[in-house]
Ligand binder design. Structure first.
Ligand SMILES: Cc1cc2nc3c(=O)[nH]c(=O)nc-3n(C[C@H](O)[C@H](O)[C@H](O)COP(=O)(O)OP(=O)(O)OC[C@H]3O[C@@H](n4cnc5c(N)ncnc54)[C@H](O)[C@@H]3O)c2cc1C
Length: 378
């Protein structure tokens, strides 16, 4: 049983949700170069009640993305946001993931809830670069050394959940900590040189010398990779990828129609193939979101949920890559013209698909399926 869309609780006027998504779509090209970046978008999400909606009910939220009850609502929202602007979807997915980690594992969740209700954006920064982030034990807390790379939302994310290696031992499981990352002197947005997803400002943050007390530590070592939430949670960013692919297909169709080329049999064949891929991805992701969020604590259920998410990720990556190729073939050079939405969506989608360790993920799916007691995995 899924809940009605959270946003409707704050948006009293009919059509306000669509208006928000339309506004995000219209601003998406401009947001790449606007000095304010995605600040207006995050403010709009706050006003719509979406940042707070991710909090548990007990903390004034609506549990959006926290469990089976809201899985489909969260899926549809991330998909729709991805269709409007992939960079916005990236930041919102990080926020949802961060709130979920705080909810799942003991920690300072309730303490940041008031800030979230007031519009604080959260993020999850796990990617380490040349100087991995480490925590050195001090009297009652930890002194941080090192940096995070691919830190999405620099300048917008107020609190980040970071993975922390032990200061001395290199082989133990990472810990999680919630850190205030609002200090601009520690942010290096220039480190984000990718051609796509520019608006996410996924640069570098230097934590060196920051001290945190024990109250900032979340859960137990190893909680970050606890399943089915770690690999299983992949369905959330895949929902955004799907939205991006749908946006591209819609833009491509309009461009062909404008040029009077939509009736051509070759063009129709490519278009139909792209739509069928979108539909298949949507069905698979809906089912995956349900499976992951409803998984019980039993080993078999967890493994099945993780395998489902990893397989869905692979399918979505391949489907989106095929759609990118079909759009490029259908539009020719028009797909590459800078300053057009098609070119931006192509750029954004193609890099957003490049998530962590894709080969290892497929391998893990294969191993889980091969080792499952059920010899017929369909
Ligand atoms: C727009 C965007 C925003 C992001 N935001 C965040 C964020 O907010 N927080 C965060 O934590 N992360 C973030 N990330 C980073 C993300 O989680 C991954 O760390 C990152 O995308 C991995 O990029 P990569 O392709 O360089 O990885 P790589 O790991 O270098 O993978 C590239 C290829 O090499 C293969 N490979 C990997 N390891 C090996 C190996 N040892 N030997 C041989 N082959 C290997 C992979 O399978 C893949 O085929 C973001 C990424 C993007 C694109």
């Amino acid at each position: 049983m899924s809940r009605p869309l959270a946003i409707s609780l704050r948006c009293h006027e009919a059509g306000e949700y669509d208006a928000l998504m339309d506004w995000l779509t219209e601003r998406a090209d401009m947001a790449e170069t606007d000095p304010a970046g995605l600040a207006p978008e995050m403010e709009a999400l706050r006003q719509a009640g979406l940042l707070a909606a991710c909090l548990p009910d007990a903390e004034g939220g609506q549990g959006l993305g926290l469990g089976a009850e809201t899985a489909i609502t969260a899926f549809e929202l991330l998909r729709r946001m991805g269709r409007a602007n992939l960079s916005v979807a990236r930041l919102f997915e990080g926020h949802m993931n961060a709130v979920k980690l705080l909810h799942l594992y003991d920690g300072p969740g309730a303490r940041v809830a008031p800030a979230v209700r007031n519009g604080a954006l959260l993020g999850v920064w796990g990617a380490d670069g040349a100087r991995p982030l480490r925590g050195f034990a001090t009297g009652g807390g930890l002194r941080l050394e090192g940096e995070k790379i691919f830190a999405s939302g620099l300048g917008l994310v107020r609190f980040a959940i970071v993975t922390l290696r032990d200061g001395i031992a290199d082989d133990g499981p990472d810990r999680l900590a919630l850190v205030d990352v609002s200090d601009p002197a520690r942010q290096d947005p220039s480190a984000w040189k990718a051609s796509g997803m520019r608006a996410t400002v996924s640069g570098r943050f230097d934590f060196s010398g920051l001290e945190i007390d024990a109250g900032h530590i979340i859960g137990q070592p190893g909680d970050y990779v606890r399943e089915p939430h770690f690999e299983g949670g992949i369905w959330r960013y895949c929902a955004a990828h799907l939205g991006g692919a749908e946006a591209l297909v819609a833009l491509w169709r309009d461009a062909l129609a404008t040029r009077g080329r939509l009736d051509d049999p070759m063009q129709l064949g490519r278009y139909a193939r792209a739509v069928s891929l979108c539909r298949a991805m949507a069905s698979l992701l809906r089912e995956t979101a349900r499976t992951v969020e409803a998984a019980t604590d039993e080993r078999e259920a967890i493994d099945a949920a993780v395998a489902a998410a990893l397989l869905a990720r692979q399918f979505v990556e391949e489907g989106c890559v095929e759609i990118l190729q079909l759009a490029e073939k259908s539009l020719g050079t028009a797909a590459y013209m800078t300053g057009t939405p098609i070119e931006r969506v192509r750029r954004d989608l193609s890099i957003f698909l490049r998530q962590a360790a894709p080969d290892a993920k497929l391998l893990k799916a294969g191993r889980l399926l091969a080792g499952a007691s059920d010899a017929a995995p369909w």
